[in-house]
Design a protein around this ligand. Structure first.
Ligand SMILES: [Zn+2]
Ligand SMILES: [Zn+2]
Length: 153
């Protein structure tokens, strides 16, 4: 299975924070990460200097997954001031390629994070997100009312 090359982070080129970035197409800049806006702006520059078009920003492995994570990540907690969103860190095992999730608190408190599947410590943090299940429990009332209204018609 292809590795997810994206992560939610700040762009090393424009500095915009908390968005989907992917590794730079410029070999000289590795391991810099680049956002979609910079990626699109880079296409012509890259063509001019390298003689080929870089692929679409979205074409790398793992983009769909990251997109759903980004949506979760950007839900405004101001919708419900009493609700504290849980930050979750998603990790990927470099040995067995399974991914797993820890709360940010757990992750920060752990001295060493190991893979729950194969117990290696070759772990890479691939994303930060909020606890979406709890969010649905607490924040979906309005959505349910709308759905009931529609089905009654
Ligand atoms: Zn950027
Ligand atoms: Zn593993």
């Amino acid at each position: 299975m292809a590795k997810n090359i994206y992560k939610v982070s700040s762009c090393d080129y424009c500095g915009t924070e908390n968005q989907i970035v992917r590794p730079t197409p410029f070999m000289a800049d590795v391991p810099a990460m680049m956002c979609k806006i910079c990626w699109d702006n880079t296409k012509e520059e890259y063509m001019n200097s390298n003689g080929e078009w870089i692929p679409k920003f979205e074409d790398g492995p793992g983009y769909e997954e990251m997109k759903s994570i980004e949506i979760i990540n950007t839900v405004p907690s101001s919708m419900n001031p009493n609700y504290r969103m849980h930050m979750l860190a998603k990790y990927e095992c470099l040995d067995c390629e399974n991914s797993f999730i820890l709360s940010k608190k757990q992750a920060d408190e752990a001295n060493e994070i190991t893979c729950p599947y194969c117990r290696t410590d070759k772990i890479e943090e691939v994303a930060l997100m909020v606890d979406s299940d709890r969010l649905e429990e607490m924040g979906c009332m309005g959505i349910h009312h709308m759905e009931e209204g529609e089905s009654n018609e």
